[in-house]
Design a protein around this ligand. Structure first.
Ligand SMILES: *Cc1c(COP(=O)(O)O)cnc(C)c1O
Length: 371
């Protein structure tokens, strides 16, 4: 049996003619930059992010950059974030000239530890940048309380968390700005790169709209120094076809997560630790299903040989990355993140995964620890 980590062709097949129609529609219009497809997509997705404003941008990375620029964060400022995420989270803070101040994670959820975040705040702290890693919300009530106390802005890295809920709110609209990605492996993926910023704040929306397009309004009259952070009309058209299916795909991912829990309980593999789903009024969208596994590299090789795709998100926390050596962190500074980096393994969780494939994955993991 073959079980890839992600099977985009399985999602594409039933939507193929709708997707190609959408691409043809844009090709026939020859309108590739902004225009009606992007505007329609922004209206439609604002209902999913539950925000007044949703602006399509060129990638999740550019969404983060744009958010930091809109909040005027730069040299002399500090932004507190988790040391355990995809590189863009910390990379963008450094790119605007601010200092990423890294903190450890809650070992249960892999998300930023709010107590550690509070300890990291100084007079120079301007913003908190929590990540909703793997599709589960960070502890936003604690983050908001902290932001209130120190008068900080909150940028949510919701790249892996479209539709994730907590405290009756949808992530991306809980803080000041939410940042999303449509990279093909995210729950809502385009035919290439794309992203989104969301906010309920009119002034921030206005600034981000300007900054997305070189700060010009009208054309060639520049109010701010922005960039080209626009979402392609082609991507917007593709995403509009996929958007009505997102809720169903998310439910399928959640059902797959529940099935893994049942299968692992039956198989009795005490060696591995399953991801914690805080449940309650939270809603985990399972962009990834990440277990902790002893002898991870060996297990991974064993699964690869059995035709099962896995991935390590992420093998090196930010504080141990070479490009951040100047921040002067050292091994041992953030033990929970370092332990996670050594143990985590993402299993296939995509919506079209079958019962048989999941049973096979669990059986092969059981066999690894029993043999
Ligand atoms: C994917 C991702 C990003 C970046 O998104 P791109 O669209 O790939 O630029 C940022 N943060 C996190 C947590 C991500 O998973």
């Amino acid at each position: 049996m073959n079980v890839p980590l992600l099977d985009l062709k399985a999602q594409y097949a039933p939507l193929r003619s709708d997707l190609l129609d959408a691409v043809t529609r844009v090709a026939d219009s020859q309108q590739f930059i902004m225009g009606p497809e992007v505007e329609a997509f922004e209206r439609e997705i604002a209902l999913v992010t539950d925000t007044t404003y949703a602006l399509g941008v060129s990638s999740g990375t550019d969404a983060l950059l744009l958010a930091l620029m809109a909040l005027d964060i730069g040299p002399g400022d500090e932004v507190v974030t988790s040391t355990f995420s995809f590189f863009a989270t910390a990379g963008c803070i450094a790119r605007v000239g601010a200092k990423p101040v890294l903190v450890d994670i809650d070992p249960e959820t892999f998300n930023i530890d709010p107590v550690a975040a509070a300890r990291a705040c100084t007079r120079r702290t301007k913003a908190l940048l929590p990540v909703h890693l793997f599709g589960q919300s960070a502890d936003m009530s604690a983050i908001l309380a902290l932001a209130d106390e120190f008068k900080l802005k909150v940028i949510e890295d919701a790249a892996q968390a479209i539709g994730t809920r907590e405290h009756g709110g949808v992530v991306g609209g809980i803080g000041h700005i939410g940042c999303f990605s449509f990279f093909p492996s995210k729950n809502l993926g385009g035919f290439g790169d794309g992203g989104l910023v969301s906010t309920n704040n009119h002034e921030l929306a206005r600034r981000m709209r300007l900054l997305r397009n070189h700060g010009q309004e009208p054309k060639y009259y520049h109010h701010l120094i922005g960039g080209n952070f626009r979402l392609d009309a082609l991507q917007a058209a593709v995403l509009r076809v996929k958007l009505p299916h997102l809720a169903g795909w998310t439910e399928a991912r959640r059902a797959n997560a529940a099935r893994y829990r049942k299968l692992f309980a039956e198989a009795d593999v005490p060696e591995i630790t399953l991801p914690v789903d805080r449940g309650g009024d939270g809603y985990h969208i399972y962009n990834q299903f990440v277990i902790r596994a002893p002898r991870r590299e060996e297990l991974r090789a064993h699964l690869t040989a059995a035709g099962i795709g896995t991935e390590v998100y992420y093998p090196v926390p930010f504080h141990l990355q070479q490009c951040f050596a100047h921040l002067n962190y050292k091994a041992g500074d953030f033990p929970h993140a370092e332990k996670a980096a050594a143990e985590v393994l993402a299993l296939p969780i995509y919506p079209e995964l079958t019962d048989g494939q999941q049973a096979y994955v669990v059986d092969r993991i059981r066999a690894f620890y029993r043999e």
